[in-house]
Design a protein around this ligand. Structure first.
Ligand code: IPE
Ligand code: IPE
Ligand code: MG
Length: 243
């Protein structure tokens, strides 16, 4: 049973397995991405329902540009459709949308529709839904270092005063951007057990739950199973085991 008092504040998900899901059914990969959007929509709704404060999903990595032009464009088209169809529902549930990653590199239509979603949900006070798009942790850290270099050049900060906390502010998840706490729980579907350049800094002490389910088959029931597993973990943060 889910302990409603101990729901993680921030859950991050690697939504993986859309291609295999489609392949298993003899469908084109884009059918898998479409089914993946439907699953994502349900997980956003369920996150609000159970009181998750921040949900971050990996939708497109800095490495995903290696895929065919057709697949890449198809993914962004589906994203535009999702935003257009869901904006009203997101507002109804007071969901605030944020993007992690340099989304200016996406096709113009996607940039426009994302900016609309950012603007129209900006004042919402419910779930913060972060979509990682053209996101990669290494890219994120290099950008942070460049911004810090800029601030040093301007005399705003001194190298000796940089701390873990002040460094974090320059990341996409930091105070200057989406402003999200570190995730307590990271879920990856489809049986792959790696981070694939996702939230490397932020997940230093996260609990990881890897599930065999392919992302389009991921339901609120599966989601609760992952949260239950998290609730059974013993988080020590390098300290002593308190049982
Ligand atoms: C995840 O599903 C979605 C994206 C990376 C955009 P995949 O497309 O990676 O699915 P598999 O891993 O090929 O099954
Ligand atoms: C990670 O999945 C990125 C997203 C889910 C958006 P990939 O399918 O791209 O990762 P690898 O290639 O299996 O590491
Ligand atoms: Mg994959």
């Amino acid at each position: 049973m889910l302990d409603k008092e101990r729901i993680p504040k921030h859950i991050a998900i690697v939504m993986d397995g859309n291609g295999r899901w489609a392949n298993n059914k003899g469908l084109p990969r884009l059918a898998g991405h479409n089914a993946g959007m439907v699953a994502m929509k349900e997980i956003v709704k369920h996150s609000s329902a159970i009181g998750v404060e921040y949900l971050t999903v990996y939708a497109f990595s800095t490495e995903n540009w290696k895929r065919s032009v057709d697949e890449v464009n198809g993914i962004f088209k589906l994203l535009v459709l999702y935003v257009e169809k869901e904006l009203r529902e997101l507002n109804k549930n007071s969901v605030r949308v944020r993007i992690l990653g340099d989304y200016s590199k996406l096709p113009e239509e996607a940039v426009k529709s994302l900016e609309k979603a950012l603007k129209k949900t900006d004042k919402n006070i419910g779930l913060q839904f972060n979509i990682a798009l053209n996101y990669g942790s290494r890219d994120e850290m290099i950008r942070a270092i460049r911004l810090i270099g800029e601030d040093i050049r301007l005399g705003l900060i001194k190298p000796e005063n940089i701390t873990e906390e002040s460094f974090s502010k320059y990341l996409f998840t930091g105070e200057k951007f989406a402003d999200v706490p570190d995730p307590e729980l990271v879920i990856r579907t489809s049986g792959e057990k790696r981070l694939s350049n996702y939230l490397l800094w932020q997940s230093a002490y996260s609990e990881f739950v890897f599930m065999e389910t392919l992302w389009p088959d991921f339901t609120p029931t599966e989601y609760e199973k992952a949260i239950e597993e998290y609730q059974n973990r013993n988080r020590r943060f390098g300290g002593r085991n308190i049982t």
